[in-house]
Design a protein around this ligand. Structure first.
Ligand code: PEP
Length: 256
């Protein structure tokens, strides 16, 4: 994968109090060697309420992992009760933020315009957006998964320049594979990741397409990681359920 460092990101979803988060990060980091943490970039994405604790632990002990949030507001401040801004996440030294996760799209009505605004908000504050795209089962059955996901990519990156797009991580997460135990085949993952990269090439140029990391997400476990990551356009994984178990997540990171 031509110099793109593999990225393994753990989306904890709505799990882990701040105290549990500290325990999980400690267990994770101490089960990986320095060499393993160097070979792959390891990132945890706890709930907002645990970010301060994770920051204190990671930065205080200079642990070689990254962290970030699962969502952010498209707005920078104001009367948006319950929302958290990119500025607030940047102040906690977050490196990453998930944008457009399928659960946000499905359960919180986030459309392409909202997702695009959130990508911009992340970039404004120096956060790396992990932009999620992916088709539902009906779209997959109709054989429309490539046009569907490339259209989501286009919409989310609308109006950005190549330099901005190079700051983005893309995650291909077929909705039918998220939390279902049903994992895409390595060929399915590679097909869509390659199509997304080719789309980036067409719109932003080959140099940009060559540096953007494209992850696969959807029921990734240690046992299927090697197969998924064998695809030359698959640069890592966004891991949900399996990231809550330190030993299992460490095995995934080690495989990468
Ligand atoms: C996710 O939430 O991004 C995800 C891929 O979940 P899981 O690994 O549990 O399917």
């Amino acid at each position: 994968r031509e110099g793109r460092r593999p990225l393994i990101a753990g989306n904890w979803k709505m799990h882990m109090t701040h105290l549990e988060a500290i325990g999980l990060v400690q267990k994770l980091v101490f089960s990986l060697t320095e060499q393993e943490l160097d070979a792959a970039e390891v990132v945890v994405l706890p709930p907002f309420t645990a970010l301060r604790s994770v920051q204190t632990l990671v930065n205080g002990d200079q642990l070689a992992i990254g962290y970030g949030a699962q969502d952010l507001s498209a707005n920078d401040s104001g009367a948006y009760t319950g929302e958290v801004s990119g500025a607030m996440l940047a102040a906690l030294a977050c490196g990453f933020v998930v944008v457009g996760h399928s659960e946000r799209r499905a359960l919180h009505g986030e459309d392409d315009a909202t997702v695009a605004a959130k990508v911009r908000a992340a970039l404004r504050h120096g956060l790396t957006p992990i932009l999620c795209v992916g088709e539902g089962l009906d779209v997959r059955r109709a054989g429309q998964h490539v046009p569907h996901t490339t259209a989501q990519l286009d919409a989310a990156l609308e109006g950005l320049d190549a330099g901005q797009v190079e700051q983005v991580v893309v995650a291909y997460e077929p909705v039918w594979a998220i939390g279902t135990g049903e994992v895409a085949t390595p060929d399915d993952a590679q097909e869509v990741c390659a199509a997304l990269r080719s789309r980036l090439d067409g719109r932003f140029g080959a140099a940009t397409a060559a540096v953007v990391r494209i992850l696969y997400g959807g029921s990734v476990k240690a046992a299927n990681t090697a197969g998924i990551l064998a695809g030359p356009d698959v640069d890592g994984a966004l891991v949900g359920g399996a990231s809550l178990d330190a030993d299992e997540f460490a095995r995934i990171c080690r495989t990468a």
